[in-house]
Design a protein around this ligand. Structure first.
Ligand SMILES: Cc1cc2nc3c(=O)[nH]c(=O)nc-3n(C[C@H](O)[C@H](O)[C@H](O)COP(=O)(O)OP(=O)(O)OC[C@H]3O[C@@H](n4cnc5c(N)ncnc54)[C@H](O)[C@@H]3O)c2cc1C
Length: 279
């Protein structure tokens, strides 16, 4: 434990305790003992909340130095990505799925990519988080743990509402399992400009003709979402126009500071149309 102010980092927040586990076991023990502590990985979301005053933590569990969260490996059932991997780790490893690499490359600028972790993007649960539709498209499973044991949760049921996730107060997010999958894939982020902008619409798609499809979007509803009717129609051989129409009906965008519902609906359909007609 380090007292606040020792390194200057947390001077602006009323933090009275900072916990820095080095191992996963220590992290889980600290989480069990301090369920009210704010978990921080790269801090690119948490520090913004603290600086803006929307988050006033009294204790922080800093996972940045926890080696047990920062690994990537093929295991039974697929490829495992630890929660502590950063976007830069993903881009440098060359071992990640192209959809994930494409998403990681669009998160902020290089400085943000150096700190932004996969677990942070997932647990922050912003509907505009750029990796979120990727996990849906890849049928990923999330692993979470506490001192009581581990759980696996399908990505599709992890985000339960706006910024609401299936993670209990004594649990930490451990990582992501991506099963082996086949088919065409496509990632597209639409923001105000090409680099360094938050998504107005973000899309990850996977299509294995005649077998299965996933059309997943972010920033068009309170959680990342799949267009299940459009997917079924696509696999059944429906015309692209009909698939696009279903996509526009299924998403639930709103007007906000970044865009309008009308624009998002139009763009979401355009992304799907362009991709499917390019295959
Ligand atoms: C300038 C800027 C630009 C950005 N651009 C983008 C962008 O283009 N696209 C995008 O998607 N995001 C963007 N972000 C948001 C942010 O960088 C990402 O969401 C990032 O992936 C968060 O990861 P982190 O490790 O920094 O999370 P943190 O800030 O450390 O944590 C985020 C949340 O996740 C929780 N958390 C983190 N790790 C765990 C864990 N292992 N177990 C349980 N809970 C955990 C924290 O408690 C917190 O609620 C941007 C942020 C900034 C400041």
């Amino acid at each position: 434990m380090r007292q606040p102010g020792a390194g200057g980092l947390l001077m602006s927040a009323p933090v009275t305790a900072l916990f820095r586990p080095r191992t996963l076991n220590d992290a889980l023990k600290m989480r069990a003992e301090q369920p009210g502590a704010t978990v921080m990985a790269g801090g690119t979301d948490v520090m913004v909340y603290i600086e803006s005053g929307t988050l006033k933590p009294t204790a922080i569990l800093d996972l940045w130095g926890c080696s047990g969260l920062r690994w990537q490996q093929s295991i039974t059932g697929g490829q495992f990505h630890g929660a502590g991997l950063t976007c830069t780790d993903v881009l440098r490893s060359g071992q990640s799925h192209p959809l994930l690499e494409a998403a990681a490359a669009t998160v902020g600028a290089v400085q943000i990519q150096n700190r932004a972790t996969l677990g942070g993007n997932i647990c922050n649960a912003s509907p505009a988080g750029d990796t979120l539709p990727v996990w849906l498209a890849l049928k990923a499973e999330f692993e979470v743990a506490s001192v009581r044991g581990r759980r696996r949760i399908p990505a599709a049921s992890f985000w339960q509402g706006y910024k609401k996730i299936d993670l209990r107060p004594d649990e930490l997010f451990l990582g992501i399992l991506i099963p082996p999958l086949f088919g065409h894939t496509h990632f597209r982020k639409v923001g105000t400009r090409l680099a360094q902008s938050i998504s107005k619409v973000v899309f990850a798609g996977r299509y294995n003709p005649g077998v299965d499809a996933c059309l997943a979007f972010g920033a068009v509803g309170p959680t990342p979402m799949r267009c299940l009717k459009a997917e079924t129609a696509l696999v059944a051989g429906a015309a692209v126009d009909d698939v696009v129409q279903l996509v526009r009906e299924e998403i639930a965008p709103i007007d906000d500071i970044r865009s309008t519902a009308v624009y998002r609906r139009q763009v979401a359909g355009n992304i799907v149309r362009r991709w499917l007609t390019s295959l």
